[in-house]
Every structure is written in structure tokens, then in C-alpha cells.
Design a protein around this ligand. Structure first.
Ligand SMILES: Cc1cc2nc3c(=O)[nH]c(=O)nc-3n(C[C@H](O)[C@H](O)[C@H](O)COP(=O)(O)OP(=O)(O)OC[C@H]3O[C@@H](n4cnc5c(N)ncnc54)[C@H](O)[C@@H]3O)c2cc1C
Ligand code: SF4
Length: 519
């Protein structure tokens, strides 16, 4: 193995010439999947280079301004969408990936989902017993614990109250935090490092173990020949303009693609890897969500406190990938919030002036519809996603239920489904949601959980990567992020991504003959 480098972050601004590097393994992406693999392999004694397209932004630089933090921390400033514009897809693009802008909710994959995955993919150790220890270890490392009752903010308390009045179950969620002050800024990056994102947990551990992370470094192609991977061709980007500044080539016998469920398949498609299953980029699930907003008499100030601490999973039917939905607490800054409200100009302004008194819950679908990631002309990424009829019906059922829940919690008007002007004045108005024209109107959906585009499986004709995480047919090419899910998950995915990445790291270290086994 090559000599170990001293671990550090190299930012694009400090590179002014073309670089060519050698490593035992190159990890592409530093989010939930990439950071876990980089840390495990570095601690196993391997020389690791991590390439991260986004910038390195330390918590001291996080700002509460939604617009500015979107531009700095999110892909396309948070404006990436599907081809028909009905879906906004939010992804982190910075050192630490989407975990930097995540809400901190930390839930292991439910047993029934894992059982289904194990059966349908032919990968027996995806069953709950195979992952239990990994989930427990990750939970310890990122300090997962239920939100204390005293920290549940009024927005989430309303969800709990409405659920109780409807006799629906609701649960307090667990989060990965240490000393959370409840400032409400999770989606703009935690300014106090309380949230145990990859930026403050696994990335520093990978660096301490000797990994070198290049920020502002975009992988453009995976290089392979003779059935084995050879390296990565990448570009160092100008931080401000994101234009190419220098080239960066990494030669390594192991490449781990962990660029997230949209960018990983895009990169592999652009690299023209031989996709024997024809499934690369396909089977895209996003768990789309639709916000439902209620106005109350007294102030709620949902932007204060922990954004997400309660959900109702009563209608989540996670067995055998059957689908269902959760109703989840959550909130947004005024700009994002405003974009989900109906109306234009003065009418819109009048509605938004009630921001302080509004509560927001989201209906999040465990989708059965499958979309696709394609690479178009000029290597542009195209996301095709449209919920099938039965998924639309489920989403609308969820919207109806969430609206009723808000009325029972005391709302005196409810905005249900943003592309409509469906302002419901009371429970009687819920019948409007059953009108055919409402069912035809495109729902505007938001998603933060893309997954499934490089699915894992034992059968190369029905999956993209093998049970160890290696690409079918290319030795040394691994995938370790949310794209490997063999089916829809239906709960917040970060812990599951991390557990599967830890599993892949073990396989990589074993096949590379690492000095030590990963922790
Ligand atoms: C706003 C928001 C809130 C969320 N809240 C939660 C939550 O509370 N709980 C939860 O469990 N999940 C949450 N999620 C989802 C969770 O963060 C993701 O499911 C998880 O981080 C996915 O891990 P990943 O490794 O697949 O991708 P990511 O964590 O997104 O990491 C991918 C990384 O790869 C980099 N990259 C992409 N292309 C390239 C390239 N060509 N070269 C180099 N680098 C590249 C990206 O910049 C990014 O940093 C949230 C997501 C968002 C966006
Ligand atoms: S609420 Fe504030 S302190 Fe708590 S995790 Fe979120 S950003 Fe950090």
C-alpha cells in the first residue's frame, strides 16, 4: 500500500496547477455514504483521497439567511427539479453533503423494510439481524436520542394534539445531536455543531486517520479498462463561479462512488460503464412530500425550536414495500414557506403576513412510482419523476388527513396542496379535495430523500451493484450512498445510508487486504 498522507482538507482556492495523485482508494462525495467509507478505510490503514464537489463551509460561516445558505450549501441553490417542474429536489452540496442541511432526525430502517429488501434483492444480510449492530454503533457515534418533551416546539406539539384528537398514533422522533439549543436553523447548517452531521463527525475522523479531502473537486469520469477500475478524472472548481480551474487525476485500484442518488448514476452514465441490467439511473424513488399549512389564532412561531420532533406513522404501511405515508412536523423560513402558499402579489402577501400564526405539517409518501435519472446533451442531468395514479391517490389521502388533523388542532383555515388555491375554511370544505379537478391538478412536491438508482442485488440482470456494493462487472468500482437501496425506504434515510456504507467499507477493506478491519 502507498505511504499514508497527513489528513487535511485542500480547498479549490489553494490549488493553482493540475494535480495527479495516487491512492489506495478514492471516495467521491463526503455525505452520509462517502464520509463513513472514507473514515473506515482510512482507519483500516489505507491511503484515501476524498473528492467533494461542494465547498468546505465551516459552522462559523453558516448564516441564517435562507437564500444565501441555499446558494452556498445546496445543489443548484435548492432549485433542482424534475423535468415537468412538479418536484423540487433538495440536496446538500458541500463537505458533509446533505447531512449538513438535514434536520437531524435519525431513524434506522424499519425491520419490515429490511426483511423485504433481503428477500427481493437476494442479499440475506440486509435482514434486520445483519444490520442491528451497525445501527447501534452509528447511533452511539452520532449521539442519537429521542427529543426531550421540553424541546418539542409549538408546531410539532400541534401535530401531536391534532393526532390525539383524531385518535391517530404519533411518536416523538430521535435525533443525532449533542447539546441542541433549538435555534431552528438546521436546514441552513447548525451554527453550534450540535447536529452531528458528517462535517463534524465522520469527516474529521477520516482526516485524523490520514485521509485527504479535496473540496471544490468535481469527479467528471470514472476510468476503467479490462474489467477493472483505474482512477477518476476530476476538476478543481473556482469557489465563486463553480467554473473549472485545474484538472485533478487520481489513480487508484478502488473507487467508491458516493455522490448521492442523482449524481452517482449520472457520473456512471457519463463514464459509459457497462450497465448489463439496464437499471442504472432507473427505479428512482424520492419519498415526495406535500406541505399542508394551517392558520391559528395565536402565534406559533414554528421557525423557533427544533424543526422536526414529532410524526404520525399510523398510515405508513412499510410491509413488503406496499407504500403508505407519514405525517411529519417541520417548518421553513419565510422564502421557502411563501413559495408553498397560494396566490400572487397582494393576495399572496396578505396570506404570508400570517406566517407567525401558521403551522406546517408534511405528508411524506413511501412511493411505489419509479422515476429515472438520465444524462442529456452536454452531460446535463435530467430527472424524470411522476407519481403513478395510486401514489397520487395516497398523497391526496394524506393531504386530506393532515388538513383534518390541523382543523382538529384548532386551525381556522388550511392551505392544502400548493398548486391549487384550495383554501379550506373548515372541515366541511374537505369535500373540495375529492373534486375531480383537484385530483387532476399537479401537486407541487418537495423531496429530500432520493434513492434506489444503483440498486443492490445478487442477480446481475436485476441489479446494478452486487451484495458487497461492487458494480457488477467492474472490479474495484463500488457504490456507497442512498442509490444502493434495493427498494423504497419510507423513513428518513441518513442512518440506513450510513449502515450500508459501513458494510461496503468492510468488504472493500477485506478485498484490499487492509492492515486493520474498519471500526
Ligand atoms: C434539507 C434536507 C433535510 C434532510 N433531513 C434529514 C433528516 O432529518 N434525517 C435523515 O435521515 N435524512 C435527512 N435528509 C436526507 C439525508 O441527508 C440523505 O438521505 C443522505 O445524506 C444521503 O446520503 P448520500 O451519501 O447518498 O448523499 P449526500 O449526503 O447528499 O452526499 C453526496 C455528496 O456527494 C457530492 N457530489 C455529488 N456529485 C459529485 C461529484 N461529481 N464529484 C464530487 N462530489 C460529488 C455532493 O456535493 C454531496 O456532498 C435530508 C436531506 C435534505 C436535503
Ligand atoms: S435546532 Fe439549532 S442547535 Fe439544534 S441542531 Fe438545529 S441548528 Fe443545531
Amino acid at each position: 500500500m502507498s505511504a499514508r498522507p497527513s489528513g487535511r482538507i485542500v480547498e479549490g482556492s489553494s490549488v493553482d496547477r493540475d494535480l495527479s495523485l495516487d491512492a489506495d482508494a478514492c471516495v467521491i462525495g463526503s455525505g452520509a455514504g462517502g464520509a463513513v467509507v472514507a473514515r473506515a478505510l482510512a482507519e483500516a490503514g489505507m491511503k484515501i483521497v476524498v473528492l467533494e464537489e461542494g465547498p468546505y463551509v465551516s459552522s462559523r460561516e453558516f448564516v441564517s439567511d435562507e437564500g444565501e445558505s441555499r446558494l452556498r450549501l445546496y445543489r443548484d441553490g435548492g432549485f433542482r427539479g424534475n423535468a415537468d417542474g412538479s418536484l423540487v429536489l433538495l440536496e446538500g452540496r458541500c463537505v458533509g453533503g446533505s447531512t449538513v442541511v438535514g434536520l437531524g432526525t435519525a431513524i434506522p430502517a424499519p425491520g419490515e423494510v429490511l426483511d423485504h429488501w433481503a428477500r427481493s434483492s437476494g442479499v440475506a444480510d440486509l435482514a434486520p439481524a445483519g444490520l442491528a449492530d451497525r445501527f447501534a454503533r452509528i447511533a452511539r457515534e452520532i449521539s442519537v436520542a429521542p427529543v426531550p418533551d421540553t424541546m418539542i416546539n409549538p408546531n410539532n406539539a400541534l401535530l401531536r394534539r391534532g393526532a390525539a384528537r383524531l385518535r391517530l398514533s404519533s411518536d416523538v422522533l430521535a435525533r443525532a445531536v449533542r447539546g441542541c439549543a433549538g435555534c431552528g436553523r438546521c436546514a441552513e447548517g447548525c451554527p453550534t455543531d450540535a447536529k452531528r452531521s458528517m462535517l463534524v463527525s465522520y469527516v474529521p475522523k477520516a482526516l485524523r486517520a490520514g485521509a485527504t479531502l479535496y473540496a471544490d473537486a468535481r469527479a467528471d469520469a470514472v476510468l476503467f479498462s479490462g474489467g477493472a477500475v483505474r482512477g477518476v478524472r476530476a476538476a478543481i472548481l473556482e469557489r465563486a463561479t463553480r467554473r473549472r480551474k485545474c484538472s485533478l487525476d487520481v489513480r487508484a485500484p478502488v473507487i467508491v462512488v458516493a455522490a448521492g442518488a442523482i449524481e452517482s448514476p449520472s457520473l456512471l452514465l457519463r463514464s459509459h460503464v457497462p450497465d448489463r441490467s439496464g437499471l442504472l439511473g432507473k427505479k428512482l424513488r424520492v419519498n415526495p412530500s406535500v406541505p399542508v399549512i394551517g392558520t391559528f389564532d395565536s402565534p406559533i412561531r414554528g421557525y423557533r425550536g427544533i424543526p422536526q420532533s414529532v410524526w404520525s406513522a399510523q398510515f405508513a404501511d412499510l410491509r413488503a414495500g406496499k407504500g403508505g405515508y407519514t405525517i411529519e412536523g417541520g417548518f421553513a423560513g419565510p422564502a421557502t414557506f411563501g413559495s408553498t402558499l397560494p396566490g400572487y402579489g397582494v393576495a399572496h402577501k396578505r396570506i404570508l403576513s400570517r406566517y407567525n400564526r401558521m403551522a406546517l405539517v408534511s405528508v411524506v409518501l413511501q412511493d411505489r412510482s419509479a422515476g429515472e435519472v438520465r444524462v442529456g446533451r452536454g452531460a446535463t442531468v435530467e430527472i424524470r419523476y411522476e407519481p403513478r395514479k395510486e401514489d397520487r391517490a395516497k398523497l391526496l389521502e394524506g393531504v386530506r388527513r393532515a388538513a383534518l388533523l390541523l382543523f382538529r388542532a384548532g386551525a381556522h383555515e388550511v392551505f392544502a396542496g400548493p398548486r391549487t388555491n384550495a383554501i379550506l375554511a373548515d372541515e366541511m370544505d374537505l369535500v373540495h379535495l375529492d373534486r375531480p379537478e383537484f385530483r387532476r391538478i399537479a401537486l407541487r412536491m418537495t423531496a429530500t430523500r432520493p434513492q434506489g438508482t444503483c440498486r443492490m442485488g445478487a442477480d446481475p440482470s436485476r441489479s446494478v451493484i452486487d451484495p458487497r456494493g461492487e458494480f457488477h462487472g467492474i472490479k474495484g468500482l463500488f457504490v456507497a450512498d442512498a442509490s444502493v437501496f434495493p427498494g423504497p425506504l419510507g423513513v428518513p434515510p441518513q442512518m440506513t445510508v450510513m449502515a450500508l456504507a459501513a458494510r461496503a467499507a468492510e468488504a472493500i477493506a477485506a478485498s484490499a487486504g487492509a492492515r486493520r478491519s474498519p471500526a
